[in-house]
Design a protein around this ligand. Structure first.
Ligand SMILES: O=C(O)CCc1c2[nH]c(c1CC(=O)O)Cc1[nH]c(c(CC(=O)O)c1CCC(=O)O)Cc1[nH]c(c(CC(=O)O)c1CCC(=O)O)Cc1[nH]c(c(CCC(=O)O)c1CC(=O)O)C2
Length: 595
C-alpha cells in the first residue's frame, strides 16, 4: 500500500504560502550555467518505457476497457453513493469526471490485483470532502502520489498494457478538461474505442456539467487533475485541438476561442481577458510551485512545473488565454550568455559591449538545444488547457533583450545599450540581427509545439527615439513577424512596443502585427481613435490598480472596456501584474468586465 503524505505536504504548502520568498532565501544567488540546468532537466523527465509503442498499445486499451467492471462499480456504490447528495452541483460534475477516470483506471488493474483498487477507493473517498483552496493543493499532491504509486504498480503488474490505459485515460482527461460535450467526446474517443461500449454514458457528463466543472475548478482556486499520467504524447487522432487550431488559422471554421476572434478583427460584446505575468508571485500557488522547483530558472526549465504554473491562473480565474511560463532572458542564455537571478534584485547576465562579444554568440539555430524544455511545456499545455483557452507563446524583442545582454542587468534608462549603439552602430546592429534571427527560430519552434498566438515584448521600446526606433524597434519586429508568418501562415502576432507613445500609431501596419499592446500611460480615447482603427488593441489598465482595488479599479476597468468597445479589443493590463497585487482584486476586475 501507499503511504498518505497529507501531513508533510500540508505543512510545506502552508509555510510557503505564509513565507513566499523562503524558496529563494536559501542560497540567494542561483547560477544556472548551461550544463547544470540541462542535467536538472534530464533528471526531471525520464522517458517512459515503450513510449514509441502506442499503436500496439491501442489494442490493449480495448482489452483493458472490458476488464474489471466489478471493481469499479462496487467502488461507485460503496464510496460515492452515500456522499454525492451532499455535494454542490458543480462539485458533482467534477467528481463525475474523476469517477469516470477511476473506472477506466480500475479496469486496467482490477483483475490483476484488487489491492490497487483500494488505492482508488481512498482517492474517491478523499475527493468526497468539502473543497477549499489549501485543501485542494494538498489533495492535488496526494492525488499525484497515489497516481505515481498506481502507475508504478500497474507497470509492475502488466508491463506495457497500463501504458495504453494511461494514454486512454489522458485522452478522456483532455476531453473533459476541454469541456467537450458528450457527442464530441464520443466522437474523439470513438476513434480509439470503435466497436466498444459508448463512452458518453460512462462519463455521464452533460454539457451543463462540463461547464460546471469549470466553475468548480475556479471556486477551488487550484487543484485540477493534471499530470496524473506521465508526459506521453497522446496519439494524434485523440487530440482534436490541433485540427481546430489549423482550421482557425486558415479561417474556415468559426472558432470558439475569443482571443483568436478578437485578433482576427472581430468586435466582441465582452472583450476576452488575460493579464501579463498572470502566472507569478502574487499567487500563493505560484510561490508554492516555485519553492518546489528550487528557483526561478529551474522552474522555467521544468516543463511539468512550468505548465503547472501557467495553468494556475486559468483554474483560478478562467482567463481566455494562457501565456507560456518562461522569461525573455532564456534566449540570451541559449545564445551562450550566463544568466542568473539575485534574490531581491533581479536578473544578472554576462555582458556584451563590443563586436567580439557579438561574434562569440552561438548560431541562431543552436538555441533549440537549451530551449527544448520550453517546447515541451507548450506541448503539455496544449494537451491540458481547456478547449476555449488560447495558448500564447512569447519572446523579448531584440532591443529589449539586447539591453539586458549589454548591461548584464535591468537598467532604468538602458544607458549601456545606448552607449554601445552610439560607439559601434554596426556591431550593435549585428547583435540586434543575431537576436532577431534566434527569436524567429525560438518562436517558430514554440508555434510548432502548440503556441497559437505569439507576443513580442519590446518592454524598453520607449527609450528609442526617431531613427533608432525605426532601426531597432520597428524593423526587427517587422523582420521577425514576416519570417514567422511565412513559416506559419495566418499566425496571429501581438506586438508590445511599450511606452512607444505617438509611435504606436501605424505600428501594427508597419510591422504586420495583428494587435498592439498598450501600456497604461497611453490615453485610451486617443488610442481608440488612432491605433484601434488599424485593428485589435490590447491592454491599458494600470497594474497598480490591482494593488489598490476599490471603486477606482472597477471604474477604470469599465472605462477601458467602454472606450475600446467600438473595435476589436483584448482586455489586459498596461504591463505585468506586480507581486504586491491582491488576487481578490483580479476577481473584481474580471467581474467588472464580464458582469
Ligand atoms: O528589468 C529588470 O529588472 C528585470 C525584470 C525581470 C525580467 N524577468 C524577471 C525579472 C525580475 C522581476 O520581475 O522581478 C524574472 C521573472 N520573470 C517572470 C517572473 C514571474 C513573476 O513575474 O512573478 C519573474 C520573477 C521571478 C520570480 O522571482 O519568481 C515570468 C515572466 N516574464 C515575462 C513573462 C511574460 C509576460 O510578461 O506575461 C513572464 C511569464 C508570465 C506568465 O506566464 O504569466 C516577460 C518579461 N521578463 C522580463 C521582461 C522585461 C521587462 C520587465 O518586466 O521589467 C519581460 C517583458 C515584460 O514583462 O515587459 C525580464
Amino acid at each position: 500500500m501507499v503511504d498518505r503524505p497529507e501531513q508533510p505536504c500540508h505543512q510545506r504548502i502552508v509555510s510557503t504560502a505564509l513565507d513566499p520568498d523562503a524558496a529563494l532565501r536559501d542560497g540567494g544567488q542561483h547560477f544556472i550555467g548551461g550544463n547544470r540546468a540541462a542535467r536538472g532537466i534530464g533528471h526531471l523527465h525520464p522517458r517512459q518505457p515503450g513510449h514509441r509503442k502506442e499503436s500496439r498499445n491501442s489494442h490493449a486499451v480495448f482489452q483493458l476497457f472490458h476488464a474489471g467492471l466489478n471493481v469499479s462499480s462496487k467502488l461507485d456504490e460503496r464510496q460515492i453513493g452515500a456522499h454525492c447528495q451532499k455535494l454542490r452541483a458543480t462539485a458533482q460534475a467534477r467528481r463525475a469526471h474523476d469517477r469516470a477516470l477511476g473506472k477506466l483506471g480500475n479496469r486496467a488493474i482490477g483483475q490483476a490485483d484488487e489491492s490497487v483498487a483500494d488505492i482508488f477507493a481512498r482517492q474517491v473517498a478523499i475527493d468526497h470532502q468539502p473543497l477549499g483552496l489549501q485543501r485542494r493543493h494538498v489533495l492535488h499532491r496526494m492525488d499525484r502520489n497515489v497516481d505515481l504509486a498506481r502507475q508504478k504498480r500497474i507497470l509492475d503488474l502488466a508491463g506495457e498494457k497500463p501504458l495504453a490505459a494511461n494514454l486512454f485515460q489522458r485522452a478522456v482527461e483532455n476531453a473533459v478538461a476541454g469541456r467537450l460535450d458528450d457527442d464530441n467526446l464520443e466522437r474523439i474517443l470513438g476513434q480509439t474505442m470503435r466497436g466498444h461500449q459508448p463512452v458518453a454514458g460512462l462519463m455521464g457528463l452533460s454539457k451543463r456539467k462540463h461547464r460546471a466543472t469549470r466553475a468548480d475548478a475556479k471556486g477551488a482556486g487550484g487543484g485540477g487533475h493534471l499530470f496524473h499520467a506521465p508526459a506521453i504524447s497522446p496519439p494524434r487522432a485523440l487530440d482534436n485541438r490541433d485540427g481546430l487550431a489549423m482550421k482557425d488559422r486558415q479561417g474556415d471554421t468559426m472558432t470558439q476561442k475569443t482571443i483568436l476572434r478578437a485578433l482576427a478583427g472581430e468586435r466582441l460584446p465582452v472583450p476576452p481577458i488575460w493579464m501579463m505575468r498572470q502566472a507569478g508571485r502574487y499567487l500563493p500557488e505560484y510561490r508554492a510551485t516555485r519553492a518546489q522547483a528550487g528557483d526561478f530558472l529551474s522552474l522555467c526549465y521544468n516543463p511539468e512545473l512550468a505548465a503547472e504554473v501557467t495553468l494556475q491562473p486559468i483554474r483560478r480565474y478562467g482567463f481566455d488565454a494562457a501565456i507560456l511560463f518562461a522569461d525573455i532572458l532564456l534566449l540570451p542564455q541559449a545564445l551562450g550568455a550566463d544568466v542568473w537571478f539575485v534574490t531581491g534584485e533581479g536578473p544578472r547576465l554576462s555582458t556584451i559591449t563590443e563586436a567580439a562579444g557579438v561574434a562569440a554568440l552561438k548560431p541562431a539555430d543552436a538555441v533549440h538545444e537549451k530551449l527544448s524544455p520550453v517546447y515541451e511545456t507548450l506541448r503539455i499545455l496544449r494537451r491540458e488547457l481547456p478547449s476555449e483557452t488560447t495558448l500564447i507563446g512569447f519572446a523579448g524583442a531584440p532591443w529589449t533583450v539586447a539591453t539586458y545582454m549589454v548591461a548584464g542587468r535591468g537598467t532604468p534608462d538602458q544607458a549601456p545599450a545606448h552607449a554601445f549603439k552610439a560607439a559601434d552602430r554596426v556591431a550593435f546592429s549585428a547583435l540586434i540581427d543575431k537576436i532577431a534571427d534566434a527569436t524567429v527560430e525560438y518562436l517558430s519552434a514554440q508555434v510548432e509545439a502548440g503556441a497559437e498566438v505569439i507576443k513580442l515584448f519590446d518592454s524598453w521600446a520607449g527609450s528609442l527615439k526617431g531613427q533608432d526606433f525605426d532601426d531597432f524597434a520597428l524593423a526587427p519586429a517587422k523582420k521577425i513577424i514576416a519570417a514567422l508568418k511565412a513559416r506559419h501562415p495566418g499566425l496571429p502576432i501581438i506586438a508590445f512596443p511599450r511606452e512607444a507613445g505617438p509611435r504606436y500609431v501605424g505600428f501594427a501596419k508597419a510591422t504586420g502585427a495583428d494587435c498592439v499592446a498598450l501600456d497604461q500611460f497611453t490615453d485610451a480615447s486617443w488610442a481608440a481613435a488612432e491605433v484601434q482603427k488599424d485593428g485589435c488593441v490590447q491592454g491599458n489598465l494600470d497594474p497598480r490598480l490591482l494593488i489598490e482595488g476599490g471603486p477606482r479599479l472597477v471604474s477604470e476597468t469599465k472605462r477601458i472596456v467602454e472606450t475600446f468597445s467600438q473595435g476589436p479589443h483584448i482586455f489586459n493590463l498596461g504591463h505585468g501584474i506586480t507581486p504586491e497585487a491582491d488576487p481578490e482584486n483580479v476577481h473584481r476586475m474580471i467581474e467588472a468586465i464580464r458582469g
